[in-house]
Write a protein that binds this ligand. Structure first.
Ligand SMILES: Nc1ncnc2c1ncn2[C@@H]1O[C@H](COP(=O)(O)OP(=O)(O)OP(=O)(O)O)[C@@H](O)[C@H]1O
Ligand SMILES: O=C(O)c1ccc[n+]([C@@H]2O[C@H](COP(=O)([O-])O)[C@@H](O)[C@H]2O)c1
Length: 206
């Protein structure tokens, strides 16, 4: 199987996440995309909304696409949830499968700060979507060799490849949405009605 793994804070999930996942699923012909809301975001300065609310919003937002699913693998672990550990756990369930960790270009440009980042390439392929005009050339020098090797890795291997998604970046972020809600502004352009209803019912981001 070809499986996409999409880790994120999703605070809240927005149109940029969903359309990016669809574009990855189409281009890479993924049979499934598993959204993985973060547990303890050790790298964030402020802690996000409870993982339970974030997972519920993901579930609501992805309901229409039968390729999409959500996992609590990063929510049920205690302490900092490093992606390398997440992948090691998931590999036990998908030992031979072609795994694709999905991310925006802003994440790739920060990846040199991730725990055991080089080992991540041994566990999964990585697919990157454009965001905010950031370019792969801006990646940290210590990543150059690793990314060069991954870009030229043989297609169709279960791990070790890097692909850049051809798509029109969507200019939206969760920060923008939280700010808009805080200022009583409309978020219709970025968040569907069912997730908006959830946010309203639970009084989030006020
Ligand atoms: N509009 C977008 N275009 C491309 N990638 C995106 C977009 N929004 C989020 N991503 C990617 O999705 C993943 C999860 O993002 P995250 O849940 O942190 O959303 P965010 O909008 O960046 O949130 P925040 O504004 O709170 O930082 C990251 O890899 C990020 O790069
Ligand atoms: O493993 C790490 O050190 C690491 C550092 C920063 C981010 N990540 C992962 O990257 C994904 C996107 O994170 P974020 O903060 O952009 O929503 C999410 O799955 C995080 O767990 C992972």
């Amino acid at each position: 199987m070809r499986i996409g793994l999409f880790g994120g804070t999703f605070d809240p999930i927005h149109q940029g996440h969903v359309s990016m996942a669809k574009a990855f699923a189409d281009e890479l012909q993924l049979q499934q995309v598993v959204f993985i809301p973060t547990g303890e975001s050790y790298h964030k300065t402020s802690q996000p909304t409870s993982a339970e609310h974030r997972l519920n919003m993901v579930e609501i937002a992805i309901a229409a696409d039968e390729r999409f699913a959500v996992s609590d693998v990063d929510m049920v672990r205690k302490g900092a949830t490093y992606t390398v550990d997440t992948l090691q756990i998931l590999r036990q369930y998908f030992p031979q499968d072609e795994l694709w960790w999905l991310m925006g270009m802003d994440s790739l440009l920060q990846m040199h700060t991730w725990h055991r980042y080089a080992d991540i390439f041994k566990l999964t392929n990585i697919a990157v979507a454009a965001r905010n005009g950031e370019k792969i050339q801006q990646v940290a020098p210590k990543m150059h060799q690793l990314l060069g090797d991954a870009l030229s890795a043989p297609r169709s291997s279960s791990a070790g490849q890097l692909r850049l998604l051809q798509w029109q970046a969507e200019d939206v972020s969760s920060t923008q949405i939280r700010d808009a809600i805080g200022h009583h502004q409309a978020i219709d352009a970025w968040v569907g009605q069912p997730v908006q209803n959830y946010i309203r019912t639970h009084g989030l981001y006020r």
